[in-house]
Design a protein around this ligand. Structure first.
Ligand SMILES: [Zn+2]
Length: 59
């Protein structure tokens, strides 16, 4: 019997992770306190976390 190894299976979780990571890099900043998955809200002169209240001022 030949062992079957499936390669290239569609993995929804992996795909979601990839897209999420890319968008986080290019657009949204992640809260350093809350960690991955919690993004900072965009303001004119700053970014703030709605969860813990962390605020980061833009230069
Ligand atoms: Zn936070």
């Amino acid at each position: 019997m030949a062992a079957k190894k499936k390669k290239g299976e569609p993995k929804g979780v992996y795909k979601y992770y990839e897209v999420s990571g890319d968008s986080a890099k290019s657009k949204k900043a992640v809260c350093p306190r809350c960690g991955n998955g919690v993004f900072l809200a965009e303001h004119a002169d700053r970014q703030s976390c709605g969860k813990c209240g962390y605020t980061e001022f833009k230069k």
